[in-house]
Design a protein around this ligand. Structure first.
Ligand SMILES: *[C@@H]1O[C@H](CO)[C@@H](O)[C@H](O)[C@H]1NC(C)=O
Ligand SMILES: *[C@@H]1O[C@H](CO)[C@@H](O)[C@H](O)[C@H]1NC(C)=O
Ligand SMILES: *[C@@H]1O[C@H](CO)[C@@H](O)[C@H](O)[C@H]1NC(C)=O
Ligand SMILES: *[C@@H]1O[C@H](CO)[C@@H](O)[C@H](O)[C@H]1NC(C)=O
Ligand SMILES: *[C@@H]1O[C@H](CO)[C@@H](O)[C@H](O)[C@H]1NC(C)=O
Ligand SMILES: *[C@@H]1O[C@H](CO)[C@@H](O)[C@H](O)[C@H]1NC(C)=O
Ligand SMILES: *[C@@H]1O[C@H](CO)[C@@H](O)[C@H](O)[C@H]1NC(C)=O
Ligand SMILES: *[C@@H]1O[C@H](CO)[C@@H](O)[C@H](O)[C@H]1NC(C)=O
Ligand SMILES: *[C@@H]1O[C@H](CO)[C@@H](O)[C@H](O)[C@H]1NC(C)=O
Ligand SMILES: *[C@@H]1O[C@H](CO)[C@@H](O)[C@H](O)[C@H]1NC(C)=O
Length: 581
């Protein structure tokens, strides 16, 4: 973790004088036309104000990392499941030697001190006053106020790099990327008290249990176990399952106990727990306010992945990554050693892909590729916004959510009901404008596109060549969660995501018992061999109204892959067969 190479490499260099460079060798490196609509410009930032800026350095072989990821994740590959070690990943993503030299020389010349922000040394950060930053990057940092919250941020619309850095620094951050303060300030899901739970009239006549009424109690662990044949017996191995905790959504230990005492009477709640790991100053202190996301995520991992080692990865107040903690959490995990890295990670957070510019989004996605290459199964919720809204450019385009659109993770959408399940109206899905469609889903997605091409009322509103989400779906409605003294019912792909992550964890346990490798990055296997283990959801639709004078955006679930429910809902017994158990 220590930035040794930065401490020593610069000593070898002959340095030019410390006088500041003339603007003549500066060249615009990145720009945007305007601030997002959610912000207004207040005026120039004070020259004395200190900024913490980061450089992403030119990496040794970023394409090689992606090739290596696919070769360990493709079931047809001879190196399938031979995960990379942390050191092997570092060989791909460490900065090139000449990039390190150039950056060290520039730092020294400008009297700046770097600290490493990533284990591989490909990110460094440094503090610099606004006035000096304006000069160094040929820019003007301004104060922008978030209209809704009034919160102010210092950003610019364009910056330049000197000739000596242009080939060596991929980006300077945070500069033109604005934070998604809406996401940080409104963490709660819709919730309500349980009352008047009715027995639905319509039942699905299937071989599961046509007469069961367990799901009429709401979506509880027993309902999920029945729907997806999830085993209730404790795991036999120390399989690990991480849960991302952002924005003060810390879970509460006693609420978990209350939840388990009521809904997992078959296990000893007094001996069942999760552990805590903080990053960026994260503390094991539950939020005194009721913010339900963390409790939902913990209750539906500990409560479904029976006996697994569940870790709450909790964000603190020291986040300076400018992207709501996503970059810092990913870099924190990438710095863990191979035994500490969670085997599965559930993240129930998402934001519209175009909130952040491509370059930083792509960098975050690449850190996910690093974790996936090391054998972690990263599971993300697709979001609760259907086809999505364009709050940045105020167009009628569909905007999917990131990180779900990253091709190196598994994206979970939502269904509703039980016998039958149909596409959930909130289930986010669609096509990335940033990431091209990966080969593993080419057949499934082009079949869908071909099918709707004859009559597509949405044509032109999405980018059909993009990475398509979701990959899979899980029931997303009516989850019963214990929170602050009451039982709440909540909805969302936030709920579906930890359940799918739990299923993957339970599969990992069976695989380990059989002397096999854990699953790792799922998607190449999922589309090639796993699809048959999912019940196709061909009814229902997603729908979202974007309050911009735009008509409601609707996407239909269809036979085969679709942008509401992906490949469908999992069946544990069939998944066991699909992995050869
Ligand atoms: C459901 O209940 C009905 C009536 O009690 C019974 O005839 C039928 O066999 C049950 N079906 C199943 C699948 O258990
Ligand atoms: C779970 O761990 C926390 C933190 O160590 C502790 O306060 C709590 O009592 C534990 N709960 C159970 C049921 O063991
Ligand atoms: C958070 O950042 C502050 C200021 O940089 C520092 O003093 C403090 O030690 C950090 N806290 C943790 C827990 O990392
Ligand atoms: C991994 O890190 C943990 C905690 O820092 C340490 O106890 C353990 O020895 C490390 N394992 C390896 C293989 O480096
Ligand atoms: C299970 O694995 C976690 C993470 O590697 C480790 O911290 C913990 O000590 C292990 N538990 C047991 C019982 O081995
Ligand atoms: C939004 O508009 C800007 C130009 O104003 C353009 O560069 C960008 O691609 C647009 N984004 C989307 C998602 O259309
Ligand atoms: C959700 O639960 C409510 C009762 O709490 C029930 O009226 C409704 O039918 C349920 N919805 C589904 C889709 O199961
Ligand atoms: C469409 O997606 C591709 C990636 O698949 C991207 O290169 C292209 O810029 C996108 N087009 C628009 C208009 O967003
Ligand atoms: C977005 O566009 C719609 C339709 O053109 C318009 O009615 C609305 O006022 C615009 N919203 C913003 C925030 O610019
Ligand atoms: C969704 O299905 C409805 C009913 O079959 C149809 O009218 C509508 O055009 C479909 N929408 C899309 C986007 O395919």
């Amino acid at each position: 973790m220590l930035p040794l190479r930065f401490a020593f490499a610069s000593l070898l260099l002959t340095l030019c004088s410390a006088t500041s460079h003339l603007a003549r060798d500066l060249k615009v490196h990145a720009s945007r036309s305007a601030a997002p609509a959610a912000f207004t410009e207040v005026g120039p930032a004070s020259p004395e104000q200190t900024l913490t800026l980061r450089f992403a350095l030119d990496q040794n072989d970023p394409n090689g990392l992606i090739d290596a990821l696919y070769s360990v994740s493709d079931p047809e590959s001879p190196t399938y499941q031979q995960w990379l070690s942390k050191d092997q990943v570092a060989q791909f993503v460490a900065p090139k030697a000449d990039a390190v030299d150039a950056v060290n020389a520039w730092l020294k010349e400008n009297d700046l001190t770097a600290i490493s922000s990533s284990a591989a040394g490909d990110w460094i950060s440094f503090e610099v006053p606004v006035g000096k930053a304006n000069e160094l990057f040929g820019t003007e940092f301004n104060v922008f106020a978030h209209k809704e919250s009034g919160k102010e941020v210092v950003r610019t619309l364009s910056y330049s790099l000197p000739a000596s850095l242009q080939q060596h620094v991929d980006l300077v951050h945070p500069t033109i990327t604005f934070p998604d303060l809406k996401l940080e300030s409104s963490p709660t899901k819709s919730k309500r008290f349980i009352h008047d739970v009715r027995v639905p009239e319509k039942r699905w006549n299937t071989d599961i249990d046509a007469n069961s009424t367990v799901c009429t109690q709401g979506t509880i662990p027993a309902c999920l176990q029945e729907l997806y044949h999830i085993p209730s017996k404790p795991v036999k191995n120390n399989v690990t399952l991480g849960v991302t905790v952002f924005y003060g959504n810390e879970p509460h230990y006693p609420y978990l106990t209350t939840f388990l005492e009521r809904y997992r009477t078959d296990i000893d709640a007094s001996k069942t727990n999760y552990t805590f790991v903080g990053w960026d100053g994260g503390k094991d202190v539950p939020n005194p306010y009721s913010v339900i996301e963390g409790d939902l995520d913990i209750q539906y991992t500990v409560g479904v992945a029976t006996g697994a080692y569940v870790i709450s990865y909790t964000e603190g107040n020291n986040v300076t990554d400018g992207v709501s903690g996503f970059l810092d959490e990913a870099l924190f995990l990438a710095a863990l050693n191979d035994t500490e890295l969670p085997q599965v990670l559930s993240t129930s957070y998402a934001h519209f892909e175009n909130n952040w510019d491509f370059d930083i989004t792509n960098k975050i996605c690449q850190v996910y590729a690093q974790l996936s290459a090391r054998g972690s199964s990263l599971i993300f919720a697709t979001g609760d916004d259907g086809a999505g809204c364009d709050f940045i450019n105020n167009t009628t385009d569909f905007i999917p959510n990131f990180p779900a659109t990253c091709p190196y993770i598994t994206a979970v959408g939502g269904t509703s009901g039980y016998y039958p399940q149909v596409g959930w109206t909130g289930s986010s899905g669609g096509f990335s404008n940033y990431f091209a469609r990966p080969p593993y889903q080419e057949a499934a997605v082009s079949t869908y596109l071909h099918k709707i091409s004859h009559h597509d009322p949405n044509a032109g509103r999405y980018n059909a060549s993009g990475r398509a989400i979701p990959d899979v779906a899980v029931k997303a409605d009516n989850y019963t969660v214990y929170d602050a003294g009451y039982w709440a019912q909540v909805y969302g792909t936030s709920a579906a995501c930890p359940v799918f992550a739990s299923i993957v964890t339970l599969l990992n346990d069976r695989l380990v018992s059989a002397g096999r490798h854990r699953l790792g990055f799922l998607n190449p296997w999922l589309y090639a061999k796993g699809a048959g283990a999912f019940a196709d959801i061909a009814a229902g639709y997603s729908s979202v109204s974007c309050s911009d004078g735009d008509p409601t955006r609707i996407l239909n679930a269809t036979a085969g892959w679709d942008p509401v429910t992906g490949l469908g809902t999992p069946d544990f017994d069939r998944l066991l067969k699909a992995v050869g158990l």
